[in-house]
Ligand binder design. Structure first.
Ligand SMILES: [Zn+2]
Length: 249
């Protein structure tokens, strides 16, 4: 067996923890290697490959070296390609950005590439950083939808996944059933009523092209419907409350 090969990748920095005198442990989400925990030796020293530390919540290019038998890879260098500064100049954007980073970290798997999940994260962070702050909630909901789809949890919206006939007016969202069901078909467990208008919002979130959300963000009622469904569904998928949820407006 040869020595482990180093590689370069684009990455989103989803967590940083200071370690020892000048080092950091960073968690990166990458398209081809999934979640990568890595040690950045001497990262916080003023000179060197990291210019004072790897910042949280940025896009960049990482140079990584896996270490045989070690959980942490070695981060040899990191170059910020998009500092996403807009996330840090408004409290709503900041909360939305923190939530997206936390959810991305929760959904990414070590050593399991997921390009669609990476793209959903990168797109959402860029959009939150640059869109008007009131649109942050729309981009969070869009990210949740795209990230759920990318990880195999896209909800059934029609027909009812239990009886496979069209869902009528009297519908419920059931995480246990994995989507929208007839009231009579709902399995035991948490549910939430979804009106025909709510279901249109969900259909849009899961299928519309991204530029349409920039042109027309979700209105307050649509946003409430999306939040209600995702706040019921995500804890079910993750088996716990999503980190950062409480910071969202
Ligand atoms: Zn049914």
């Amino acid at each position: 067996m040869g020595a482990p090969r180093g590689y370069r990748t684009v990455a989103i920095v989803v967590r940083t923890v200071d370690f020892a005198e000048t080092s950091q442990v960073v968690h990166l989400v990458t398209p081809e290697h999934g979640l990568v925990p890595a040690l950045a030796k001497g990262a916080r020293a003023h000179k060197g490959a990291f210019q004072g530390g790897v910042p949280l919540g940025v896009l960049g290019e990482a140079d990584l070296l896996p270490r045989r038998g070690a959980e942490l890879e070695l981060l040899r260098s990191f170059r910020v390609t998009d500092g996403l500064r807009g996330l840090r100049d408004d409290v709503d954007r900041f909360a939305a950005g923190c939530y997206v980073l936390a959810l991305l970290r929760d959904l990414a798997r070590p050593a399991l590439g997921n390009e669609a999940l990476f793209l959903a994260g990168a797109t959402a962070l860029k959009a939150v950083a640059s869109a008007p702050p009131p649109a942050a909630g729309t981009w969070v909901a869009v990210f949740e939808a795209r990230a759920l789809s990318a990880t195999g949890h896209r909800p059934h919206l029609d027909p009812c996944p239990v009886c496979e006939t069209e869902v009528g007016r009297d519908a419920l969202f059931s995480p246990v059933a994995g989507g929208v069901v007839h009231r009579r078909c709902a399995p035991e467990g948490p549910v939430r009523p979804v009106s025909p208008a709510d279901r249109e919002v969900l259909a849009r979130l899961y299928t519309a092209r991204l530029p349409s959300f920039a042109a027309e963000p979700l209105g307050p009622a649509a946003l409430r419907a999306a939040r209600g469904v995702h706040d019921l569904f995500l804890p079910w998928v993750l088996e716990r409350e999503p980190a950062g949820r409480r910071a969202l407006a």
